[in-house]
Design a protein around this ligand. Structure first.
Ligand code: AMP
Length: 599
């Protein structure tokens, strides 16, 4: 097709022949109408999902017999986790094509970052999921554009592809965002939203992240006057990009001055795509040089580089909040707008109040993109924050309520029934209902249910921590010592943030052995997000802090003082800043500390 890149990036998505500018008022009106009737829309959505997929083996075996109402659905279909569906998804991945979870066989697999055991999870992806993705994008764009209109602009989007692979059955497997970016409809949607990425496909899909990032920055500078938004999926990536800019800006200026791309870019496809954009421009190089030299500690860098930028956009809630401070520093007076709420498994809500600062952003659930249920967290949110009853919300009896039945101020675990073959799937996220938009709830993201450690894209659970500790403890076991108890903390005060593991050990262990333990801990977190961030130093070296004997007793005493019972006491395995008393006890009792040299 004319205008398509020569490389075959486009997947099965239908190519729209003509791209029209999005009618934002129409999108908003549709959203308003739909959210006024959220309960019915949910019923209809469930009906549609069950009709389209009724022939799938999974549903056939549950005895629905063609019934599509929520009551029968809940009675027949069990709540599941990813682990329960793994055998089905694996069969889909292994082929041959069959109606296993969906009526129409799945053609693409998404690799979610994975919160269990640090391994990426396979999640089904299909055209229907792509359409819901676009609907979310269109909805939040419509509301955003009403407040911050952009026209004929380009977007500096720090977006990247994962290394494409095929499953045993020949299905394309990449991260969910890769599945989206390579879909031909994505590009058309961006055109319709007047937010086309300023970088060519060869840059987005470059096999090396560093080269891709360098070229994104260069493209941004070349099109600096046209850039109207700066974005990425997650805020962390925007911050990382401008931190990199601080390192490479002179090299970027040199490239622009001579019109010759740095030799650090080695991929010929990227070099030839960039050669079409990069022409000698000493005036631009001088201008950027002057601007950068005039900044104080890079404050306001983004508007200085991109004078017409209207906003900075990306997911800024949850684990991304940490990056807001640095992002605001780069942004100066340019507003920060949080992007939407979703996952590889499916989208959930759109940010329809873009003027609200990211710290208070909520997400309005779109009632037609999936069927949603919510497990109430019986534990009082305040108590949980104080970690008085840290484990009880994991072991509760799940009794989900419907989308329109949730209560303001309450916290819930999200259950998704998606258009891509997930039925009553426990997503593992905790959200809080902050209000309603018409009759659909506005959710605030609270946390991952089982997530213990995260600095940016990394996700390590209590189990991952335990496995790492077990591995490293073998080294001191050789010295006839043991780890009496352990805990952890994510230190975000350092730049970059890093993991701190606290150990209370029996007896004296030689420094040399403990240094090795520290390296071993660092290497034992196998989560792809952790490993890749460590390699690029987006997460700093892991720190092992050895505690004085008796420290965990002090923590137990502290909990007992709050009313906990010894029989139910569990050592907090990850201590956040909100749990300042426990953190204080840990930090006040450090005898020695070691930093990893493993990466
Ligand atoms: P993944 O499937 O690997 O992309 O991760 C999806 C997870 O990222 C979700 O289940 C959430 O835990 C988190 N997430 C996605 N969107 C947001 C958001 N807007 N705010 C906070 N966390 C989010």
């Amino acid at each position: 097709m004319k205008g398509e890149p020569k490389i075959n990036y486009a997947s099965s998505g239908t190519m729209l022949e003509k791209t029209e500018i999005l009618d934002v008022e129409k999108v908003i009106n549709e959203f308003e109408a739909m959210t006024k009737d959220a309960e019915n829309v949910q019923r209809e959505t469930l009906k549609k999902i069950l009709e389209e997929n009724g022939s799938a083996e999974y549903l056939q075996n549950l005895g629905l017999h063609g019934r599509t109402d929520p009551e029968s659905f809940k009675a027949c279909v069990p709540l599941v986790t990813h682990q329960d569906l793994e055998p089905f998804i694996q069969r889909i991945a292994d082929g041959p094509p069959a109606s296993i979870l969906t009526g129409k066989p799945i053609t693409n697999i998404s690799l979610s970052s994975g919160t269990t055991q640090g391994k990426p999870k396979f999640v089904p992806f299909n055209d229907e999921l792509m359409e819901t993705t676009l609907q979310i994008f269109r909805t939040s764009y419509a509301f955003r554009n009403r407040e911050f209109p952009i026209k004929n602009g380009k977007a500096l989007q720090f977006i990247y592809s994962s290394k494409p692979s095929r499953t045993k059955g020949g299905l394309f497997a990449g991260t969910a965002t890769t599945n989206v970016f390579r879909n031909s409809q994505f590009k058309n949607a961006m055109k319709a939203m007047q937010s086309q990425c300023c970088s060519p496909d060869e840059v987005i899909f470059a096999p090396d992240f560093h080269q891709s990032l360098y070229c994104h920055l260069l493209c941004g500078l070349i099109f600096r006057e046209e850039i109207q938004s700066v974005s990425s999926t997650f805020a962390h990536s925007i911050v990382h990009s401008f931190r990199t800019f601080e390192q490479v800006w002179e090299e970027l200026c040199a490239d622009i001055r001579k019109g010759v791309l740095s030799s650090r870019i080695t991929f010929s496809s990227v070099r030839s795509a960039m050669a079409k954009l990069l022409k000698p421009n000493p005036e631009l190089a001088d201008l950027i040089h002057r601007k950068c030299s005039g900044l104080s500690n890079w404050y306001g860098l983004i508007p200085e580089l991109f004078p017409n930028v209207k906003y900075i956009y990306g997911i800024m809630t949850g684990s991304m909040e940490h990056y807001l401070k640095k992002l605001r520093h780069y942004a100066g007076d340019v507003p920060l707008l949080s992007a939407d709420y979703g996952s590889s498994e499916g989208w959930i809500g759109a940010n329809v109040n873009p003027k609200v600062p990211p710290e208070s952003t909520t997400y309005a659930v779109l009632p037609n993109i999936g069927y949603f249920e919510f497990i109430p967290l019986k534990v009082n949110a305040e108590e949980r924050v104080q970690d008085k009853v840290d484990a009880s919300f994991i072991s509760m009896e799940p009794k989900p309520v419907g989308l329109t039945e949730v209560k303001v101020g309450e916290e819930y675990e999200v259950i998704v029934t998606s258009v891509a073959g997930l039925y009553r799937y426990r997503l593992g996220d905790i959200v809080k209902v902050m209000g309603f938009h018409n009759s659909t709830p506005e959710l605030k993201f609270v946390c991952r249910r089982n997530l213990m450690l995260t600095v940016n894209i990394d996700k390590n659970t209590e189990k991952d921590l335990q496995l790492a500790v077990e591995e490293a403890a073998k080294l001191i076991a050789e010295e006839k010592h043991e780890v009496i108890d352990f805990s952890s903390h994510v230190d975000l005060w350092t730049e970059p943030g890093h993991y701190v593991i606290f150990w209370e050990i029996s007896g004296e262990v030689r420094d040399q052995v403990l240094e090795e333990c520290c390296n071993c801990l660092d290497r034992s977190f196998l989560d792809a997000g952790y490993v890749s961030s460590r390699k690029v130093n987006a997460i700093g070296p892991l720190e092992l802090r050895v505690l004085r004997r008796g420290t965990f007793h002090k923590i137990l005493d502290h909990y007992l003082g709050l009313g906990a019972a010894v029989s139910q006491f569990k050592t907090p395995r990850c201590v956040g800043p909100r749990n300042h008393k426990v953190l204080e006890i840990l930090c006040d009792n450090v005898a020695k500390s070691y930093f990893s040299t493993a990466f």
